[in-house]
Design a protein around this ligand. Structure first.
Ligand code: NAP
Ligand code: GLV
Length: 309
């Protein structure tokens, strides 16, 4: 009975001690050194190469090392009968809340303007608006969207959110479904995307959506690059429909040298760091999942493959 750790970007040197601390005695193999494949019962994985999981005949569950599972869902070789568990973790949620607060506050308090003024050596004093004047809309009222929304609400920002099904989140105006989207957009001075990337949400951040925002709105995309139609963003910045954007994720990562986003004066680029999985807090979640399987209990946070998240 062994766990196979599969990731090209996560450090086994950090993960293995964390997994062993969470489940002492756990037999852990690090891909590509799987050993006898019939002994592998669980995988802890981030974007495994296509087909790797299909070669594990006794696999009982795959634990994602991150919250977003779009790449694994897209792998046609992913064994359909094996449950895929996405990561829901306190520090991952906190990291995203920090990122959203950072970008919302920077926009609301005119960070770009003051940095430009300092670069010119100009004392550009101007009035400061209260948080209550800046309406934030959040696409996606899941684990991350709800936490970020609640933190913003605590600072006095009027917050509304959008989800697939109806929601009731204290203090947040909740909209859902295609008909709820227009209501959310029409009152969002800052729009934050925290949706999973699915067939329904791919390309949602595009001209038809931008046109329903108040003129001069600001976009924050911390979800997936596939949500954004890049040419539409550049056009909307050009004609003033959008005032700026903070982007953490891109269709092709790393963002290519020479890409227009790098030097655009109204785009903030961060390298997919809005929230990074912390092994010390995430490993116990994986150990808990294995424990539930061993005790015959249902797994938590299992992805619905048909829904795509
Ligand atoms: P989650 O808990 O699964 O929440 C997803 C939310 O999106 C839910 O509220 C869901 O609605 C809503 N949704 C899904 N499809 C929709 C649709 N077609 N129309 C309207 N609403 C829809 O996900 P999460 O844990 O908050 O994570 C969200 C995403 O953040 C991840 O998938 C990942 O891509 C991204 N992420 C990025 C980073 C980073 O560092 N940049 C880090 C972590 C995660 P219902 O509630 O009605 O189902
Ligand atoms: C990071 O992007 C994640 O999905 O956890």
């Amino acid at each position: 009975m062994a766990l196979l750790f599969i990731s090209k970007i996560d450090d086994p040197g950090e993960w293995l001690p964390a997994l062993r601390a969470a489940r002492p005695g756990l037999d852990i193999r690090v891909w590509p050194n799987a050993g006898a494949v019939e002994e592998i019962r669980w995988a802890a994985a981030w974007n495994p190469p296509a087909g790797v999981l299909a070669r594990l005949p006794n696999l009982e569950a795959v634990f994602s090392l991150g919250a977003g599972v779009d790449t694994m869902i897209a792998d046609p070789g992913f064994p359909r009968h094996v449950p895929l568990v996405r990561l829901v973790d306190r520090l991952l949620t906190q990291g995203m809340t920090e990122y959203v607060l950072l970008q919302v506050l920077d926009r609301h308090r005119d960070g770009a303007l003051f940095r430009a003024a300092q670069a010119e050596g100009v004392w550009r004093k101007q009035s400061v608006r209260p948080a209550s004047s800046c309406r934030v809309g959040i696409l996606g009222l899941g684990v991350l969207g709800r936490a970020a929304g609640s933190a913003l609400m605590g600072l006095g920002f009027p917050v509304a959110g959008w989800s697939r099904g109806p929601k009731d989140v204290p203090g947040i105006t909740c909209h859902h479904g295609p008909e709820g989207l227009t209501a959310l957009l029409s009152r969002s001075d800052i729009l934050v995307c925290l949706l999973p990337l699915t067939a329904e949400t791919r390309g949602i951040l595009a001209r038809p959506l931008f046109d329903r925002l108040p003129r001069g709105a600001f976009l924050i995309n911390a979800a997936r690059g596939g949500h954004l139609v890049e040419a539409d963003l550049l056009a909307a910045l050009e004609d003033g429909r959008l005032a700026g954007a903070a982007l953490d994720v891109f269709p092709k990562e790393p963002l290519a040298a020479g890409h227009p986003f790098w030097t655009h004066p109204r785009i903030i680029v961060t390298p997919h760091v809005a929230s990074l999985t912390q092994p010390a807090s995430a490993a116990p979640r994986i150990a808990e999942g294995i424990d539930r399987l061993e005790r015959g209990l249902p797994l938590l946070d299992v992805v619905d493959r048909d829904r795509g998240y």
